[in-house]
Design a protein around this ligand. Structure first.
Ligand SMILES: N[C@@H](CCC(=O)N[C@@H](CS)C(=O)NCC(=O)O)C(=O)O
Length: 310
């Protein structure tokens, strides 16, 4: 995969596990906020660089779609699979910065940048720099900063009265599930894998039970906690069950989580953000032998019958 060191691309697949074989995720490096003095909430000023298969980038694509930001923030997609140069934009440079690779975007912002060149990236077209490369921050911004601009949907997925509850769910779901599948997939020791696997499935089990009597994570309204869980669930059977060895149960075997995931998928403007070819492309196409599995076939459009709970 590789990373930038003092602005130079290093294509070694650098070690990502600690001495116990546990997967180590680095913190994102750009954490500015739209709405601050230096980054005003203006239309046509910001651009999003994403990969449709990546669950973190998917969070931002999903908010971009659901909040109807297409006239406000432009978007570029990298190719599905990651290669020796990291994420690429294909044979032609992408039109905004003329970048061929995602690492070009990072060095345009900071010529001597050191670190991994991850997606998503939110770019400021006026100051030619990265605003933020942490999906959790970007969706929090997208939730409200452009509200009031023409065409933008004003639904609030992080209402003040539920903020504490949403944060608490995120704090459980992120390590156990969102990052938990990676901790299974990238574990370099049996113990690290076993621990990640047990926490993943015990947490899914608990959420499955709670969803027996309530439609969404925080009750009868969709919140940020649901969207953050959704981008992992929608990849579960297609990628994590096989490629990351998260194979105690498939999503489709959970009593409530499976119809819940379909309920979210069928919310307005969500289905178009889910690209199963891109998902398979990143998880299977990025590693030798680059063979993309044909299955499984999963019907996210099937009736979910959960509206009565809400
Ligand atoms: N904290 C970041 C993590 C993003 C991330 O890890 N993205 C992956 C794609 S799924 C990536 O770009 N990996 C490339 C690399 O690590 O070099 C976020 O949530 O925005």
């Amino acid at each position: 995969m590789g990373m930038l060191i003092d602005g130079k691309w290093n294509d070694q697949d650098l070690r990502r596990a600690n001495k116990n074989g546990e997967f180590n995720r680095l913190q994102a490096s750009f954490r500015n906020q739209i709405g601050d003095d230096s980054f005003p909430a203006q239309p046509n000023r910001y651009h999003l660089f994403v990969n449709a298969g990546c669950p973190w980038a998917h969070r931002t694509i999903l908010y971009h779609s659901v909040k109807q930001l297409s006239e406000v923030v432009s978007v570029s997609f990298t190719e599905a699979a990651i290669g020796t140069q990291g994420w690429t934009f294909g044979d032609q440079p992408e039109p905004i910065l003329g970048a061929l690779y995602m690492h070009d975007v990072y060095t345009k912002a900071e010529p001597d940048f050191s670190g991994r060149c991850t997606v998503p990236v939110l770019w400021d077209l006026q100051q030619n720099t990265i605003v933020n490369n942490e999906s959790a921050d970007i969706i929090r911004m997208f939730n409200s900063v452009f509200d009031g601009l023409p065409g933008v949907d004003s639904t609030n997925f992080y209402p003040a009265e539920l903020a504490g509850e949403i944060d608490a769910h995120n704090n459980t779901i992120y390590p156990a599930i969102n990052n938990g599948v990676y901790r299974c997939g990238f574990a370099q020791s049996q113990r690290a894998y076993d621990e990640a696997f047990d926490l993943l499935f015990s947490t899914l089990e608990k959420i499955d039970q709670n969803l027996n009597h309530q439609r969404f994570i925080c009750g009868d309204v969709v919140t940020e906690a649901d969207w953050r869980l959704f981008t992992t669930l929608v990849r579960f059977d297609v990628a994590y069950y096989g490629q990351f060895r998260c194979n105690q149960r498939r999503l489709t075997e959970f009593t409530n989580l499976w119809p819940y995931a379909r309920d979210l998928y069928q919310q307005p403007r969500v289905a178009r953000t889910v690209d199963f070819a891109a998902i398979k492309g990143i998880y299977y196409g990025s590693r030798p032998p680059h063979i993309i599995p044909k299955g499984p076939s999963i019907d996210f459009q099937a009736a979910h019958n959960r509206a009565a709970l809400g």
